[in-house]
Design a protein around this ligand. Structure first.
Ligand SMILES: Nc1ncnc2c1ncn2[C@@H]1O[C@H](COP(=O)(O)OP(=O)(O)OP(=O)(O)O)[C@@H](O)[C@H]1O
Ligand SMILES: [Mg+2]
Length: 270
């Protein structure tokens, strides 16, 4: 498939336009055994923007996203080569402090994964892992603020000690978003966070991201073209492990440079 060296272009273009870059990768390759799943991908992510990763199933979106905060470390056969630059540090190097890095680069998964604890303790537990000195009053404040940010507070404020496992799927996903936000990450990675949600919960999650983007940088995988068009500032199209096209969302959705991108977003394949 025809390609272009987006890596160079994006880092230069974003920086050239005076935009802050929250994170960028250089020549990122991911292998699962012999399967070359991400092929030398270079991308820069603008700070305080929402970037959507789109592409057909198996194109490598989750693999790329997961590599950004080293989640592929847990997969034995996975190997990630190349640089992931965050604040002038290559967080893909062997001596990077992965635990520290994940405080700054959080993740929300496709399937909501609340802990088998109360709503309150889902958030408190995450905080205490990182900071044991938080007082009860401070914790109450953090729980309330993060649930408000995730648009869940009104629904759960009178039952904070109820088990999180009793929440609906949409509520559980918003709790997972609240839990991730409570740690005040710089960057939040979201892998199809709304794919299991009904349209109302989906739009609540979308509003949440839009409302928070002045404070965070979001990178979101989605199969939902309308969602990418609605909420993202930039869109990246992946195909078969290659980054095919990456540009401002309005350009990708109105006049993409490559026919493959146009075919994909208009539903002709994938
Ligand atoms: N844990 C794993 N072990 C081995 N191979 C994997 C693993 N995860 C993904 N792969 C392979 O890597 C390639 C990319 O998969 P990935 O899950 O990143 O795609 P995706 O674009 O997220 O797809 P989907 O839209 O279906 O979620 C596929 O060939 C897949 O089989
Ligand atoms: Mg995926």
């Amino acid at each position: 498939m025809a390609q272009y060296d987006w890596s160079e272009r994006n880092i230069r273009d974003l920086a050239g336009e005076g935009k802050d870059i929250a994170l960028h990768t250089e020549n990122l390759d991911v292998f699962y055994g012999n399967n070359h799943s991400i092929k030398s991908v270079g991308m820069a992510f603008e700070k305080n923007a929402i970037t959507a990763l789109i592409g057909p199933s198996g194109s490598g979106k989750s693999t790329y996203l997961r590599s950004l905060n080293r989640m592929n470390d847990t997969i034995q056969i996975a190997r990630v080569d190349g640089k992931i630059m965050y604040k002038d540090v290559n967080i893909n190097s062997n001596d990077a402090d992965v635990y520290e890095m994940r405080k700054h680069i959080g993740m929300v998964f496709q399937r909501p994964n609340p802990f088998a604890k109360s709503i309150y303790n889902n958030i408190a537990f995450a905080i205490k892992q990182h900071d044991k000195s938080v007082t009860k009053a401070q914790m109450d404040e953090i729980v309330e603020t993060s649930l408000k940010q995730a648009s869940l507070w009104e629904q759960v404020k009178d039952e904070l000690h109820k088990s999180a496992l009793a929440l609906s799927g949409g509520q559980a996903q918003r709790l997972c978003i609240a839990r991730a936000l409570a740690l005040k990450p710089d960057i939040l990675l979201l892998d199809e966070p709304a794919s299991a949600l009904d349209p109302i919960s989906t739009s609540t999650v979308e509003e949440t991201l839009l409302n928070l983007k002045d404070k965070y940088t979001f990178i979101i995988v989605t199969h939902n073209m309308a969602q990418a068009a609605r909420i993202s500032d930039y869109t990246a199209f992946f195909y078969s492990g290659d980054l095919i096209e990456y540009d401002e969302t309005k350009k990708i959705f109105t006049r993409p440079s490559l026919k493959a991108t146009e075919d994909y977003i208009s539903g002709h394949f994938g």
